[in-house]
Design a protein around this ligand. Structure first.
Ligand code: ADP
Ligand code: RBF
Ligand code: MG
Length: 184
């Protein structure tokens, strides 16, 4: 199975994430560039890129990563865990001059969650960041990134152990995600 430009529809070994993954990152959800990602159907929760709090990010290549996000919202007492796909980079399509980290969570939310504490367990890399001729081509690739994420995480070695994923199929996997739900 493949997608746009023959891209593979699944990434990584069946046995689970390989070094240097999983990588972690956390912070409060901030406002992004306000470019209407939401109108495209791909809202992205932005985190500050802080090289002191997240040393590995200085050397991480720009591109698309996937894994799990957890959120602690004011309405909740515990972190909830969701699958996510994210971009780290300069968004060449928009020619940004500062590096951003933005996370699309694979869940339909009733409300925004600006200011919520978000943790990321990044389990792998999908592709390098690209420039595009059109917004449609960018959106097509992002939608395929979501498909790759779902397929890749839907394996024993990539499903959480003992922690439920929202909209998920159970907590019977092998992946240690304890950090995601550790109280603040
Ligand atoms: P901004 O430019 O401020 O980042 P976006 O259009 O990217 O605006 O929308 C991002 C906001 O939408 C997030 O901060 C979050 O509060 C909300 N949101 C709602 N659903 C999602 C989702 N599935 N994934 C990420 N963010 C979401
Ligand atoms: N922007 C780019 O310029 N090039 C990319 O290859 C790219 N890939 C992305 C992949 C994902 C999964 C996400 C969530 C965003 C990506 N972006 C990319 C950022 C995109 O330009 C940004 O989210 C816009 O706000 C979408 O309108
Ligand atoms: Mg955003």
């Amino acid at each position: 199975m493949s997608g746009p430009n023959g891209r593979p529809s699944i990434v990584g070994q069946n046995t689970g994430p390989e070094a240097p993954y999983p990588l972690t990152m956390e912070g409060k959800v901030i406002s992004g560039f306000g470019r209407g990602s939401k109108e495209l159907g791909i809202p992205t929760a932005n985190l500050p890129v802080d090289e002191k709090a997240t040393p590995w990010i200085a050397d991480a290549k720009s591109g698309v990563y996937f894994g799990y996000a957890s959120l602690l919202t004011p309405a909740a007492t515990d972190f909830k865990v969701y699958p996510m796909v994210m971009s780290i980079g300069y968004n060449p399509f928009y020619k940004n001059t500062v590096r951003s980290a933005e996370v699309h969570i694979l869940h339909s939310f009733e409300q925004d969650f600006y200011d919520a504490h978000m943790r990321l367990l990044i389990t792998g890399f999908i592709r390098e960041e690209k420039d595009y001729k059109s917004l449609e081509a960018l959106v097509e690739d992002i939608n395929f990134d979501c498909t790759v994420t779902k397929n890749s995480l839907d394996r024993q070695g990539w499903r959480p152990k003992g922690v439920e994923v929202v909209d998920g199929k159970g907590a019977d996997g092998d992946l240690d995600v304890a950090w995601l739900v550790k109280p603040l």
